[in-house]
Design a protein around this ligand. Structure first.
Ligand code: ZN
Length: 277
């Protein structure tokens, strides 16, 4: 099968502070990027125990060059580097049979969820699709769903796993930690997390016939709560956005794809506005 892996970092076992996943940090980050790489490896190895897999990994955290190539299997492809137009799901339209989301985290506003946020926390305070709060997992799953790609596995904390299971009940979850607070977790050790992820990946691929692409029925309405009025000022410049409040915007399209593109465009232009003038 052709397997797509979008790997984030905040959901890595043990990780519970921004320092640990900040590429500018020279003490903690090097440790956690290695653990992140090993979790991705475990997911690939587990999947391949179930079925031969051609794998594309999209490094999807921060500057998007976190994975250590020397930790990875030699016969996969890696999308590395910032920035990518389609961000965490770049190249997800290339005919994949299934997707894994590793190292993911819960959406902004969720309590007892380690480092919960949705895309750029300095720009986006909330993203709703057809009235439902969408976290990164759902936003990205719906993009892949447009191309018929089902999400098979997700790894991260308990809050992420329970939210994903509610929306996408066929997804295999590897819960590597439980949040005790925004910045603390009761976590498995890296060794135990790797074993769990490997097993879950194997099960996910074995049961992939039961998984469905996540499709959002049209027409689709996107509602964005910007982090600040100045971010919203810029987002309102994107054609099709209606300003419905100081920090609130709405965008409607016949299908999900333009909505996802509008969300990315709003985030990018909002990011430019978030820099202090
Ligand atoms: Zn991240």
């Amino acid at each position: 099968m052709k397997l797509y892996i979008s790997c984030d970092m905040e959901g890595t076992a043990g990780l519970c502070s921004w320092d640990q996943c900040d590429p500018k940090n020279v003490t903690e980050y090097p440790i956690y990027r290695r653990l992140m790489s090993r979790e991705v490896c475990a997911a690939i190895e587990g999947a391949r125990l179930a079925e031969p897999c051609e794998v594309l990994v999209n490094d999807a955290h921060s500057r998007m060059h976190n994975l250590l190539f020397d930790e990875l299997p030699h016969d996969i492809r890696v999308l590395s580097g910032y920035r990518k137009a389609f961000s965490m799901v770049q190249s997800g339209d290339e005919g994949f049979d299934g997707a894994f989301f590793t190292g993911y985290h819960a959406g902004i506003g969720v309590e007892r969820a380690v480092l919960a946020h949705t895309y750029s926390p300095n720009v986006l305070y909330g993203v709703r699709v057809n009235g439902t709060e969408f976290d990164e997992a759902l936003l990205n799953a719906a993009y892949l769903g447009e191309y018929g790609v089902p999400v098979l596995l997700i790894t991260g904390d308990e809050a992420l796993c329970s939210a994903t299971q509610k929306a996408l009940p066929w997804v295999e979850c590897a819960q590597v930690k439980r949040s005790t607070d925004y910045y603390s977790a009761d976590s498995l050790t890296p060794t135990a997390a790797i074993a769990l992820i490997g097993e879950a990946a194997q099960n996910a691929v074995r049961r992939r016939a039961q998984a469905c692409p996540f499709r959002v029925a049209g027409p689709v309405t996107l509602e964005i709560e910007a982090a600040s009025v100045e971010c919203a000022d810029y987002m309102a410049l994107v054609p099709g956005f209606a300003r419905v409040g100081g920090r609130s915007l709405r965008f409607t399209a016949a299908s999900y794809l333009p909505v996802f593109q509008a969300m990315i465009a709003a985030m990018r232009i909002g990011g430019a506005a978030a820099e202090r003038a």
